[in-house]
Write a protein that binds this ligand. Structure first.
Ligand SMILES: [Zn+2]
Length: 128
Protein backbone atom coordinates (compact mmCIF):
# COMPACT_ATOMS: atom_id res chain seq x y z
CA UNK A 1 0.00 0.00 0.00
CA UNK A 2 1.54 3.32 -1.05
CA UNK A 3 2.23 5.90 1.63
CA UNK A 4 -0.10 8.89 1.41
CA UNK A 5 1.38 12.07 -0.04
CA UNK A 6 2.69 14.43 2.57
CA UNK A 7 0.34 17.14 3.76
CA UNK A 8 1.27 20.82 3.67
CA UNK A 9 1.61 20.78 7.47
CA UNK A 10 4.01 17.84 7.34
CA UNK A 11 6.05 19.52 4.63
CA UNK A 12 6.22 22.61 6.80
CA UNK A 13 7.52 20.57 9.74
CA UNK A 14 10.26 19.02 7.61
CA UNK A 15 11.01 22.45 6.16
CA UNK A 16 11.67 23.75 9.65
CA UNK A 17 13.88 20.74 10.46
CA UNK A 18 15.87 21.35 7.29
CA UNK A 19 16.29 25.06 7.91
CA UNK A 20 17.53 24.38 11.45
CA UNK A 21 19.91 21.76 10.09
CA UNK A 22 21.14 24.20 7.45
CA UNK A 23 21.92 26.85 10.07
CA UNK A 24 23.92 24.31 12.08
CA UNK A 25 25.81 23.27 8.97
CA UNK A 26 26.60 26.89 8.16
CA UNK A 27 28.08 27.29 11.66
CA UNK A 28 30.16 24.13 11.21
CA UNK A 29 31.40 25.27 7.80
CA UNK A 30 32.38 28.63 9.23
CA UNK A 31 34.26 27.00 12.12
CA UNK A 32 36.00 24.52 9.82
CA UNK A 33 37.02 27.25 7.36
CA UNK A 34 38.60 29.10 10.27
CA UNK A 35 40.49 26.00 11.39
CA UNK A 36 41.64 25.27 7.85
CA UNK A 37 42.90 28.82 7.52
CA UNK A 38 44.82 28.44 10.79
CA UNK A 39 46.49 25.26 9.59
CA UNK A 40 47.27 26.96 6.30
CA UNK A 41 48.77 29.98 8.09
CA UNK A 42 50.95 27.91 10.41
CA UNK A 43 52.04 25.69 7.53
CA UNK A 44 53.09 28.79 5.62
CA UNK A 45 55.28 29.82 8.55
CA UNK A 46 56.73 26.32 8.87
CA UNK A 47 57.69 26.03 5.23
CA UNK A 48 59.33 29.44 5.36
CA UNK A 49 61.52 27.92 8.08
CA UNK A 50 62.50 24.64 6.44
CA UNK A 51 60.93 21.42 5.24
CA UNK A 52 62.34 19.36 8.11
CA UNK A 53 60.00 21.00 10.55
CA UNK A 54 58.90 18.23 12.95
CA UNK A 55 55.34 19.52 12.89
CA UNK A 56 55.12 19.17 9.11
CA UNK A 57 53.59 15.68 8.81
CA UNK A 58 51.19 16.31 11.71
CA UNK A 59 50.01 19.46 10.03
CA UNK A 60 49.40 17.64 6.76
CA UNK A 61 47.38 14.94 8.53
CA UNK A 62 45.38 17.60 10.34
CA UNK A 63 44.80 19.38 7.06
CA UNK A 64 43.52 16.31 5.26
CA UNK A 65 41.23 15.39 8.15
CA UNK A 66 39.83 18.92 8.34
CA UNK A 67 39.40 19.35 4.60
CA UNK A 68 37.75 15.92 4.39
CA UNK A 69 35.23 16.89 7.06
CA UNK A 70 34.80 20.28 5.42
CA UNK A 71 33.98 18.61 2.08
CA UNK A 72 31.48 16.26 3.75
CA UNK A 73 29.72 19.11 5.52
CA UNK A 74 29.58 21.15 2.29
CA UNK A 75 28.08 18.18 0.44
CA UNK A 76 25.57 17.70 3.23
CA UNK A 77 24.59 21.37 3.07
CA UNK A 78 24.03 21.02 -0.70
CA UNK A 79 21.75 18.05 0.00
CA UNK A 80 19.83 20.10 2.58
CA UNK A 81 19.52 22.98 0.08
CA UNK A 82 18.13 20.62 -2.53
CA UNK A 83 15.66 19.21 0.01
CA UNK A 84 14.50 22.75 0.91
CA UNK A 85 14.02 23.46 -2.83
CA UNK A 86 11.93 20.27 -3.10
CA UNK A 87 9.77 21.41 -0.18
CA UNK A 88 9.16 24.72 -1.97
CA UNK A 89 8.41 22.87 -5.20
CA UNK A 90 6.06 20.46 -3.42
CA UNK A 91 8.04 17.37 -4.43
CA UNK A 92 9.69 16.75 -1.07
CA UNK A 93 9.54 13.18 0.22
CA UNK A 94 9.46 11.56 -3.21
CA UNK A 95 12.33 9.29 -4.18
CA UNK A 96 14.30 10.84 -7.04
CA UNK A 97 15.13 7.43 -8.48
CA UNK A 98 11.92 5.41 -8.35
CA UNK A 99 9.29 8.06 -7.60
CA UNK A 100 7.94 6.25 -4.52
CA UNK A 101 7.30 8.07 -1.26
CA UNK A 102 10.29 8.00 1.08
CA UNK A 103 9.21 6.61 4.44
CA UNK A 104 8.40 9.19 7.08
CA UNK A 105 10.72 7.31 9.46
CA UNK A 106 13.68 7.71 7.11
CA UNK A 107 12.95 11.42 6.55
CA UNK A 108 12.81 12.02 10.27
CA UNK A 109 16.21 10.35 10.71
CA UNK A 110 17.66 12.11 7.66
CA UNK A 111 15.52 15.03 6.46
CA UNK A 112 17.78 15.67 3.47
CA UNK A 113 17.28 12.14 2.08
CA UNK A 114 16.34 12.23 -1.62
CA UNK A 115 16.18 8.47 -2.16
CA UNK A 116 13.98 5.84 -0.55
CA UNK A 117 15.85 3.29 1.53
CA UNK A 118 15.80 0.65 -1.25
CA UNK A 119 17.28 3.02 -3.84
CA UNK A 120 19.80 4.36 -1.33
CA UNK A 121 20.94 0.81 -0.64
CA UNK A 122 21.15 0.13 -4.38
CA UNK A 123 23.15 3.25 -5.21
CA UNK A 124 25.29 3.72 -2.09
CA UNK A 125 25.79 0.25 -0.60
CA UNK A 126 28.86 1.38 1.35
CA UNK A 127 26.72 3.65 3.49
CA UNK A 128 24.26 1.04 4.70
ZN1 LIG B 1 13.41 4.76 -4.54
Amino acid sequence: MPTATMTAAQRKTFGQLLRTEREELDQQILALSGELQEVLDSRGEASADDEHDPEGPTMTAEWSTLSGVHGDVLAHRDAVDRAIARIDAGTYGTCLRCGQQISRERLRARPSADLCIDCARATEPHRY
